[in-house]
Every structure is written in structure tokens, then in C-alpha cells.
Design a protein around this ligand. Structure first.
Ligand code: SF4
Ligand code: SF4
Length: 470
């Protein structure tokens, strides 16, 4: 049983004036987090394997002859779960992004920064790939510290070369996957199999991406989470007393102190001040100082502390996922007004997004009057206006297309015939609309054009027809 202790706050205030990865001189303190094992580590490893497999497979999975994902910024073509989005669908992307941001915010309000520790590619690559490789090559924390402090011996040169070569190789693999997401599988294949001299821009992008990933994982590391990433910085305004976070139960843990052999039922708290929770932390913080911006909720400290508690015959969960209310007042988690409001907004956005996706037209048509043109008088006396038309087929099947003008006297003549749009293609052409002078009573006549495909009116566009007027 945990003794009923007076509430005492941790006393060490050093963390308030120093970054966890900063030394006394203000320089970088290189972190050497220890590896963990335990329930949460096993779960995190499983999640990381699934997410890494999905990330690397993403650009190479094709369904019905089309990629499942494509983020071609250069050609402004985006495919998300097999659905192609065009620049004209940008409003859907914007709503999707807002939904995502609200979702992440809601998630943070309720579950803290669990995304950072469990799903963010930065953390997954750093902790599950690069850090592990570093451990395999350079050894455990103590071996790594010794190696870094030692002079440049043959062993050190070999180990460092092997590590950085492996880092570069993985950065190269990530860079190639990243490129495949942007330019598509086939173009990427051409890029890597063709003569590099023919694809200098692609090669340059590959080298730059590789360099950036290498710099991030070999040198920047936790700085990305603690200083660069805006999401981490926003954490403070998103969390409240009811948010679930990785938290140290200071009521149970304090006053902390080393456990002496004879002390089986100490007068102290449960924390034996072994500092293992600090040693495993990838951002170098001491969670016993309370919730901090640097905590990415990776749960490594929970695993190691549970191991310690088991060894000293105390119940696990001294560091656990709980809210401030839960720790201070032993209050169970409850849905606050803020969570309900966020959920409401999220549901509404999801409904709007779902509706817009379902009702998205198969053909997207833009008709504009040809710039710099007023009207022409034809030899047969009719008045003609020139228009440009742009049609996008957003489906994976060829679609027939017809244009019908609502005005009974109007005639529509295409410069080049337009009867069918190829799948996923954008087709541009021009057409004339002609009207007899008697039908043009004003200088500006409004016309309705119906776009018909497979016998159904898929769009209606209003345009202006200019004439001499009366
Ligand atoms: S691991 Fe647990 S017992 Fe050890 S210092 Fe951290 S909180 Fe205290
Ligand atoms: S305090 Fe714990 S949960 Fe937070 S980053 Fe450090 S080890 Fe991970």
C-alpha cells in the first residue's frame, strides 16, 4: 500500500532555466537515452513496424492501375486513397486539412501529445530505426559515451564510419520514398534506372532530401521535437487539467529518496530517485518536474519506472497516463465542455467533407470568354463570341461530353471537336457561340451552358455574350 504522504512539489528548479539538452555553457548537451523494454515499448514497436511498412509501401501500391497515393506538387496532381484531387478541388484539401488539424487538436486535448511519441515519422525513425542502428553498431549507452569521449582510434573510425554510412543509406531510402510520393512510382523508376545526366533536377532533389534527412536524424534529433516543430510548441495551449498525459504521480512518489536495504516500508514516497526515467527520455527531461513542452508522450519512462516499481515491490504506475486532476484529486477522466465542443466541430467538418467528396462532379468544366476579344460579325450576319473551355475528367474512365446552350437561337461551334475526355486528363479547347442580331438586344446577354455526360447534366455554367446592343 502506498503511504499517505503530505503533498510536496519537486524542489529542483534547474529545469526552469535550462533546456534539457543544454549544458552549463549554453552549448548542446548530447543525449544518450537508454533503450527500454516493457509493455509500452512492445506496443510502440508494433505500431512503428505497421506505420513504417505503410509509409514505404505507400507510393508503390496501385489499385486498378492507379497509385493509392500521389502528392505531385509540380504537376498539381494529388491522389489520396485512390481518389484524384485537382487544383480545382483545393477547397476539399483545405477542408480536409482543417479537419485534420481539429482532429489532432482534439486528440491533444484528450490524449496529450500521443501522436508525437507513437505516430510521428520523426519519432518513429529516430527511436525505432536510427537509434537502434546506433545501438547495434556503437553498443549501449555507456559504450556510446566512452566511444564519443575516446580519441580517434581505428575502432572509433570504423564504428563511426559504419554508423554514418548506415544513416546515409536509410536517409537515401527515405528520400527515394519521399520522391516516389511526389513524382509517382513510374517516374521515380525512370529516375533511378535512367542515365543520371538526363535527370539532373531529380538527382539534385534526391541528394538534397537525403542530406536533410541525414542531418535531422544524425545531428538535429530531439531538437526537431523540442524547438523546431510548431505542434510541440502549441501543446501548452491545448492541454488542460483533464488532458491525459504521461504524468508522474508526485503524491505517491514524493518525497523521493534512495531505498536502503533495510527499508521495506519506507517513510518516503515510492520514487527511489534512481533517475532511470530521465536516462531513457529521448528529449532528456525529468517527467517528475511535471508536464513539459519537451515531453512527446513516448511512454519510455513509464516502462522503465514500472520495472523499477516491480523490483522494489511497489505497484506499477508511478509514472502513468493520467490527467492532472486524476493525479491531484484521484478524479477519473471526464469529457469536458472543450472536448465536447471540439468533437462537435470535428463531426460537422467530417460530415461536410464527406458530403463534398460524395457530391464531387466527375467532370470539372471552366468556361471563360477569350481574353481581349469583344464580338465578331460573321459574313452570314450572326454575332460571334469566342470562349475557352477547360474540362477535367476526375474519374478513371473515359467520359463523353456534350455542351447545350439554353438560348434557342444560339449555335455552338468548336474550333476542335470535343466529344470525349480521357480518364484523369485535362483537355483545353475553344468554341464560338453565335447568335442572330435580333437575339442580342443588350450589349451583354447572359447565357446558360449545360454540360452533359452519359445523358446527365453534370454541370451548368453561366457566361456572358457580348454584342453591339441597341
Ligand atoms: S524511474 Fe520511477 S523510481 Fe526511478 S526516479 Fe523515475 S519516477 Fe522515480
Ligand atoms: S518524459 Fe517520458 S514520455 Fe515524455 S518524452 Fe520523456 S520518456 Fe517520453
Amino acid at each position: 500500500m502506498t503511504p499517505n504522504l503530505p503533498l510536496t512539489e519537486p524542489t529542483d528548479d534547474y529545469f526552469r532555466s535550462h533546456l534539457p539538452n543544454q549544458n552549463e555553457n549554453g552549448g548542446r548537451r548530447w543525449l544518450y537515452p537508454r533503450a527500454t523494454s516493457g509493455t509500452y515499448t512492445r506496443w510502440r514497436t508494433g505500431v512503428a513496424v505497421v506505420l513504417l511498412a505503410a509509409l514505404f509501401a505507400g507510393p508503390f501500391v496501385w489499385v486498378d492501375g492507379h497509385p493509392l497515393f500521389l502528392f505531385n506538387v509540380l504537376e498539381r496532381r494529388f491522389i489520396f486513397f485512390g481518389v484524384t484531387f485537382w487544383p480545382q478541388d483545393f477547397y476539399l484539401v483545405a477542408i480536409g486539412l482543417i479537419t485534420f488539424i481539429v482532429f489532432v487538436s482534439l486528440f491533444t486535448v484528450v490524449y496529450g501529445r500521443v501522436f508525437c511519441g507513437w505516430a510521428c515519422p520523426q519519432t518513429i525513425f529516430m527511436e525505432m530505426v536510427f537509434r537502434k542502428i546506433e545501438g547495434w553498431i556503437e553498443g549501449d549507452v555507456n559504450a556510446r559515451k566512452r566511444l564519443d569521449a575516446s580519441p580517434w582510434t581505428t575502432e572509433k573510425v570504423l564504428k563511426k564510419t559504419a554508423k554514418h554510412a548506415a544513416f546515409l543509406l536509410i536517409s537515401f531510402a527515405i528520400s527515394n520514398t519521399f520522391l516516389a510520393y511526389i513524382i509517382g512510382r513510374d517516374q521515380w523508376l525512370t529516375l533511378v534506372t535512367d542515365n543520371p545526366a538526363q535527370h539532373l533536377a531529380g538527382l539534385f532533389a534526391m541528394v538534397v532530401f537525403t542530406g536533410v534527412f541525414y542531418a535531422v536524424f544524425a545531428y538535429l534529433r530531439e531538437i526537431v521535437c523540442t524547438t523546431i516543430c510548431p505542434y510541440g510548441r502549441l501543446q501548452g495551449v491545448m492541454l488542460d487539467k483533464n488532458s491525459l498525459v504521461v504524468a508522474y504521480d508526485y503524491i505517491r512518489g514524493e518525497p523521493r529518496g534512495k531505498l536502503k536495504k533495510a527499508e521495506l516500508t519506507p517513510a518516503k514516497g515510492d520514487c527511489i530517485d534512481c533517475k532511470l526515467c530521465v536516462h531513457v527520455c529521448p528529449t532528456g527531461i525529468d517527467i517528475r518536474n511535471g508536464t513539459q513542452l519537451e515531453c512527446i508522450n513516448c511512454t519510455a519512462c513509464m516502462d522503465v519506472c514500472d520495472e523499477v516499481m516491480t523490483k522494489v515491490s511497489r505497484p506499477p504506475g508511478l509514472i502513468r497516463i493520467d490527467s492532472q486532476q486524476g493525479i491531484e484529486n484521484r478524479q477519473p477522466f471526464r469529457f469536458t465542455g472543450r472536448i465536447r465542443a471540439y468533437t462537435g466541430v470535428l463531426m460537422a467538418l467530417l460530415a461536410v467533407l464527406g458530403f463534398l467528396l460524395v457530391s464531387r462532379p466527375a467532370l470539372d468544366v471552366t468556361i471563360l470568354r477569350a481574353p481581349g476579344q469583344l464580338f465578331q460579325l460573321e459574313p452570314n450576319g450572326r454575332i460571334a463570341n469566342l470562349y475557352s473551355v477547360e474540362v477535367i475528367n476526375k474519374t478513371y474512365q473515359p467520359l463523353p461530353v456534350q455542351f447545350r446552350i439554353s438560348h434557342p437561337d444560339a449555335k455552338l461551334n468548336f474550333v476542335q471537336p470535343l466529344t470525349q475526355i480521357a480518364p484523369g486528363e485535362l483537355t483545353k479547347t475553344m468554341f464560338f457561340i453565335t447568335l442572330p442580331p435580333k437575339a442580342v438586344r443588350q450589349s451583354n446577354t447572359t447565357l446558360q451552358i449545360e454540360i452533359i455526360s452519359n445523358g446527365t447534366v453534370v454541370d451548368q455554367i453561366e457566361t456572358n455574350f457580348l454584342g453591339p446592343g441597341r
